[in-house]
Design a protein around this ligand. Structure first.
Ligand code: PA5
Length: 362
């Protein structure tokens, strides 16, 4: 098994994901400055609801922001992961087009519909067709530095969303939250970075626990979108199958599947993402469910968020999952960076032409 404390083990990280995550505070600051410096021309009262269009790593930012502020969001905000926007979108919808590369066809297509509806739009992107098309039309663009993997650009995509929603008065003033989140990120880099030996590094320890296992991530409330982020990071960074679900819903279906896991059970580790402010009944659901299914799987672990503000508690867990997923990839002899199969699929779809309905070529 590679020794994560040895520099040789890290050489497999060909795209330098550990260096990118190590520069998270700088990313946070630059994203904050980019969003604050972007001109937004609509008065907050003109906006009735918000559609955040994006996929994969660029959509995760939307889920996380909605999750962090779900009790304080004053108008409906939804993440649209599709070619179509829903029927409620109209000229009073703020469309936020979130695509790191600016080339994702679902986002480009749903973005066109926002224009059809005369919805005001903002792009968060590093380039691609998205930037070219909207720049020509004088749509505000929050710039993101190029050359990263989309999932490694999370802070570049997430911090602008927080600031845009605050500026449009959809969430209250979150200056203090952002300041605390920045400290949390700095603390995570210091605690989970590759130079911290395994004996003192919770991210390396978590990765070691997951070796040879399939991580199943369960969250609740604020940690539900974090569970999805972890699942995607285990897929893309560790190259392992993974799934996620949220309490209380999973107590109405998924636990039955866990009991019946049979041969997959001994390969499955359940990670419960907890935090103090979850509903008392949700705490009980985690505990009782653990007792009910523990013997059917390889293990069940509680992982508790640290921090005061919602954004800080959330990013505390996001950073742990990001680091642990990279370390798990390295431990299992996988380069955490490249996700070639995603690119191959995108290229094939792009070369086949697409229209709004099956059979239509566009
Ligand atoms: O992690 C990834 O590379 C993907 O999930 C991408 O984020 C997804 O394919 C969308 O691409 P983009 O973020 O460039 O719009």
């Amino acid at each position: 098994m590679p020794d994560l404390d040895s520099p040789a083990a890290l050489e497999l990280d060909s795209l330098g994901l550990l260096d990118v995550i190590g520069a998270s505070v700088e990313a946070f600051d630059s994203a904050r400055a980019a969003a604050e410096g972007t001109e937004i021309r609509w008065p907050p009262e003109a906006i009735e609801n918000v559609a955040i269009c994006g996929m994969g790593g660029s959509a995760a930012a939307g889920d996380l922001v909605i999750g962090a502020y779900r009790e304080r969001i004053r108008r409906p905000v939804e993440v649209i992961r599709d070619y179509y926007v829903p029927g409620w979108v109209g000229e009073n919808t703020l469309g936020i087009l979130s695509s790191y590369s600016g080339t994702t066809e679902e986002t480009l297509t749903s973005g066109m519909q926002l224009l059809d509806y005369n919805a005001p739009a903002i792009c968060i992107t590093s380039g691609g067709k998205l930037r070219d098309y909207y720049q020509e039309r004088d749509v505000p663009i929050v710039p993101v530095p190029p050359g990263l993997q989309p999932r490694a650009a999370l802070l570049h995509m997430l911090v602008p969303l927080v600031i845009i929603l605050q500026r449009m008065e959809i969430i209250p003033d979150v200056t203090a939250d952002l300041d605390e989140a920045r400290e949390t990120i700095a603390a995570a880099v210091a605690a989970y970075g590759p130079e911290v030996p395994r004996a003192e590094n919770p991210a390396k320890q978590l990765a070691a626990t997951l070796e040879g296992a399939m991580p199943v991530i369960w969250g609740a409330e604020l940690t539900a979108p974090v569970a999805m982020r972890w699942k995607c990071q285990f897929n893309e960074n560790s190259k392992v199958p993974s799934s996620w679900a949220a309490v209380p819903e999973l107590c109405h279906n998924e636990i039955v599947g866990m009991e019946g896991m049979g041969p997959i059970g001994p390969l499955t580790r359940i990670l419960m993402l907890r935090e103090e402010r979850q509903h008392r009944q949700n705490h009980r659901r985690f505990e009782y469910t653990k007792e009910l299914i523990e013997r059917d799987v390889k293990g069940v672990m509680n992982i508790v968020a640290d921090g005061d503000g919602a954004l800080a508690r959330m990013l505390d867990l996001v950073m742990l999952g990001d680091y642990a997923s990279i370390y798990l990839g390295l431990l299992q002899g996988k380069d955490p960076g490249p996700v070639d199969v995603i690119g191959r699929l995108k290229d094939r779809l792009a070369s086949s032409g697409f229209g709004r309905t099956a059979g239509q070529q566009g």
